[in-house]
Write a protein that binds this ligand. Structure first.
Ligand SMILES: Cc1cc2nc3c(=O)[nH]c(=O)nc-3n(C[C@H](O)[C@H](O)[C@H](O)COP(=O)(O)OP(=O)(O)OC[C@H]3O[C@@H](n4cnc5c(N)ncnc54)[C@H](O)[C@@H]3O)c2cc1C
Length: 410
């Protein structure tokens, strides 16, 4: 079959490989080029050990405290308060105990495919050395917060995730580059991270080119399904294919609407700063619990970032947030480079209120498959998503139950 994938981010490219594995003739279409979107600058964590949705009672409890601080872990840009209200309402509804149980089950299912799928893809493409397996640490500077997370860790263990609780001296031994303020940590030995999110996305692109997956630079504006699949493009000819996958990350909403699916996709904007060459300050990614940001020792340098800003796709970035995170990080690292030595970035997480991606057939045609909305876990779940999409295109039963990922669930 002739299949187009819209979006050359990590999800689109992993999907292109999975489709080429099945013998399809694949074209990846991107309006800019590979790694132009959010896959370029994320924190690089293959965080398959996380199984609790962002929309959770725990998160809701923290919201009032977060919102008090305009540069804190969560902010809503005042210009975007009205447009984001329906999404926020859905997020609150998705945090109800009856819903959260189902979301955890679904998230656990896709996360359980994540690492095996990355293992398979990285072996196939010969890029195993771009994936580092040194685990990750959830760090606590507040004993009561660590205590309150016990239930969460038990849930993870029940789902088969290894968790080791560490005391302050064990944290110091593992991460001597950090200050002494941490009272303990949870260590996830099976978590992994990549050398550099941009480099691994480009590696997938180069490997795709090498195996004759085509690339077309075009902005797709809408999709027609009758009589055949036709992709309308801005200022250039339409593209005719047998099937298409929408993997345009945070920009997928209008494309999905053109095939009959009104998806509550919005963006959680995230910020970071990367210090080139600072590769020895950490041994593994760490998450500063209660502060809403993480730090990763990438091969290209130390990256510090995270935070959630609800501000849509068009407002300019507010890098005061990056500065605020940097200042906080200054209390956590013994020896951080100067802010001016870092490279700042903002990216658009493609987020669905229930923290689950949209993977499934469109309403108008089974020849249009949605693969977007991975929120905080797009890098983690990309290889798994590729395999699931290949199952759908082949009309096979997918490896996991996709009911909770359905585009029609809203
Ligand atoms: C600060 C931050 C840290 C993060 N950390 C992590 C992490 O540690 N681990 C993790 O798993 N995830 C992380 N994420 C999330 C992850 O980066 C995203 O979920 C993931 O990159 C989404 O990938 P994607 O391929 O769906 O989208 P993108 O990478 O955004 O790609 C979409 C592509 O579609 C193209 N496109 C859009 N519209 C059109 C159109 N109409 N026609 C043609 N092309 C189009 C764009 O040009 C773009 O190249 C983080 C995100 C942020 C912001």
């Amino acid at each position: 079959m002739k299949v187009a994938v819209i979006g050359a981010g990590i999800v689109g490219l992993a999907t292109a490989h999975a489709l080429a594995d099945e013998g399809h003739v694949v074209t990846v279409i991107d309006r800019e080029g590979p790694a132009a979107g959010t896959s370029r600058g994320n924190a690089g964590m293959i965080a398959h050990t996380d199984i609790e949705p962002i929309a959770s009672p725990k998160m809701l409890r923290q919201v009032p405290r977060f919102l008090m601080d305009p540069l804190g872990p969560l902010t809503i840009r005042k210009e975007y308060l009205l447009p984001i209200l329906p999404w926020l309402t859905r997020l609150i509804l998705a945090s109800r105990p009856s819903e959260i149980e189902k979301s955890i089950t679904a998230l656990t299912a896709i996360q359980s495919l994540a690492m095996p799928s990355w293992d398979r893809l990285s072996r196939q493409l010969g890029i195993e050395s771009m994936i580092h397996r040194r685990g990750c640490l959830f760090l606590f500077d507040d004993r009561s917060l660590m205590q309150s997370m016990k239930h969460h860790f038990e849930l993870q263990e029940k789902a088969g995730v290894s968790v080791h609780l560490l005391d302050a001296s064990e944290v110091r031994q593992m991460e001597p580059g950090l200050t002494d303020r941490f009272v303990g940590a949870a260590f996830f030995p099976d978590s992994a991270h990549v050398s550099d999110p941009r480099a691994i996305t480009l590696a997938l692109y180069e490997a795709a080119r090498a195996r004759s997956i085509d690339h077309l630079k075009a902005e797709i504006t809408s999709i027609e399904t009758e009589p055949t699949i036709r992709l309308n493009a801005k200022d250039q000819d339409a593209v005719n294919v047998d099937a298409v996958v929408i993997a345009a990350g945070a920009w997928s909403k209008e494309l999905a609407a053109s095939v009959g699916d009104r998806i509550p996709l919005d963006t959680e904007r995230g910020y970071n700063i990367t210090f080139p060459g600072a590769t020895r300050l950490l041994n593994r990614p760490v998450s500063f619990q209660g502060h809403g940001f993480v730090s990763s020792p990438l091969d290209i340098g130390l990256r510090i970032g995270g935070a959630v800003e609800l501000g849509g796709l068009h407002l300019p970035p507010n890098h005061e947030r990056t500065k605020a995170m940097y200042q906080k990080a200054g209390r956590f690292f013994r020896d951080l480079p100067a802010f001016e030595d870092g490279t700042i970035w903002m990216g658009f997480r493609p987020s669905i209120p229930d923290s689950l991606p949209v993977i499934g057939y469109s309403t108008k045609s089974r020849r249009v498959v949605h693969a977007f909305g991975h929120g905080h876990y797009g890098l983690t779940q990309s290889a798994a998503t590729g395999r699931l999409v290949a199952d759908l295109i082949a009309e096979r039963a997918p490896a996991i139950d996709l009911t909770r990922f359905s585009p029609q669930r809203f």
